[in-house]
Design a protein around this ligand. Structure first.
Ligand code: 1CP
Length: 370
């Protein structure tokens, strides 16, 4: 066994396994809850670390990544049921040989994006994730120890389509004209690129689980830009491949996996049979609709509009209560993990986050108790 596998056997015992039980479809005494992008700019303690260090420097320094991952766990002590490792989806394009900068106020920028299929020659032929991204595995192992079993640790990657979008657009242009040109004008090269990205994602997820991640999430944040047919060909095919390959490579050590294909409401049924244990929902589909489509095959995660947290605390409580009740709809055995429908915004008041978490605890516990 590798050094990771050796270390993993000595991890502290998990004291709160609500998230993992909910993911596997087991009964929980209340809904587990965590927040996409919970470690980040809405926290003053994060901004303090960020003022002293470059974004990717934090990712690459296990001590800093561990510190930042634990910030929301410590601040909302006992209220969060998961930690998610501090990193970014864009470490995959970096491993493939593209330069990525994090420009404050603008998000990620790739100064030399892929323009035509000829540019695929610029990508690293065969990526060794242990050479390029070992720091992530080290950060995960260190964080898992530092968590001391308080909550499970989630590892993640970006979905291949979303990563291809960044690699071709060069930033989050929110227009997708360049990457759409690729799929319509160069479909074969697009598939070559998506497959290359997928191979790295598989290795990266397997490595994260072996390093100590207890659950894995794939963020396909821009999948909703595709037509249903193109989603199937350019996104779903690779998402399914990731779940299959990661689970078979991990074998008996497989961990639950979540897929988040934002705005791809039309694909909900397909996603619920794509090999993932959990489907993370954005706010554009109602819990009632999601229940009726997924029929208990998977655990549903989500889906409060992140903008609700910008309103008053009374609104946060009311909206959260309505969401939780609708997910359960009177059925205590509903497979459910509470979350937002997308990442938390940077200007959210911290008290509203606490109100969201406390409301999920209170309302879901009440429902399950009956
Ligand atoms: O707490 C956590 O959730 C862990 C850290 C995390 C995660 C899961 C970060 C830190 N990024 C991500 C995933 C990620 N990154 C996604 C998928 C989830 C989502 O859609 O929100 C995407 C699309 C990115 C790309 C990215 N990186 C963006 C989005 C740009 C856009 O177009 O909206 C941004 C702003 C970043 C930078 C970033 N990543 C993470 C943080 C805290 C930040 C802020 C950068 C800073 O501190 O300057």
């Amino acid at each position: 066994p590798s050094s990771f596998e050796m270390t993993s056997k000595r991890f502290p015992k998990l004291k709160n396994d609500l998230l993992l039980r909910a993911a596997r479809g087991e009964k929980t005494e209340r809904a587990p809850v965590w927040i996409m992008r919970q470690a980040g700019r809405y926290l003053p303690e994060y901004r303090k670390v960020r003022a002293q260090h470059d974004f990717f420097e934090i990712c690459r320094t296990p001590e800093l990544a561990t510190e930042v991952t634990l910030q929301p766990i410590n601040r909302f002590d006992g209220l969060l049921d998961a930690a998610i490792i501090f990193s970014d989806i864009l470490i995959v394009p970096q491993a493939l040989g593209l330069e990525v900068e994090m420009v404050p106020g603008h998000g990620p920028q790739i100064p030399h994006p892929l323009v035509t299929p000829k540019d695929l020659d610029r990508l690293t032929e065969k990526v060794d994730v242990h050479k390029e991204l070992q720091y992530l595995f080290d950060a995960i192992t260190m964080t898992r120890h530092a968590l001391n079993g308080r909550v499970p640790l989630i590892g993640f990657v970006g979905g291949p389509w979303t990563l291809m979008s960044y690699m071709v657009e060069g930033s989050s242009t929110k227009q997708w004209a360049k990457v759409k040109t690729w799929i319509f004008k160069y479909p074969e090269a697009s598939h070559d690129l998506l497959q290359k990205i997928t191979d790295v994602c598989v290795d990266l997820l397997v490595g994260q689980a072996r390093a100590g991640a207890q659950m894995l999430q794939v963020f396909d944040s821009w999948s909703g830009e595709l037509s249903p047919r193109d989603f199937e060909e350019f996104a779903l095919y690779y998402l399914t491949q990731i779940a299959d390959r990661v689970k078979s490579e991990l074998g008996v050590d497989a961990v639950p996996m979540t897929v988040f294909a934002k705005n791809s409401w039309y694909a909900l049924e397909a996603l619920s049979t794509s090999g993932y244990d959990v489907v993370s929902l954005d706010w554009t589909q109602s819990p009632t609709y999601a229940r009726s489509v997924t029929k208990g095959r998977v655990t549903m995660q989500g889906n409060l509009d992140p903008n609700v947290l910008l309103a008053g605390q009374d609104v946060v409580v009311e909206e959260t209560e309505t969401m939780v009740k609708e997910f359960y709809s009177g059925d205590k055995s509903t497979r459910y993990i509470a979350n937002l429908g997308h990442g938390i915004m940077q200007n959210v008041p911290v008290e509203n986050v606490e109100a969201f978490l406390k409301t999920v605890h209170r309302v879901s516990r009440q429902i399950v108790k009956g």
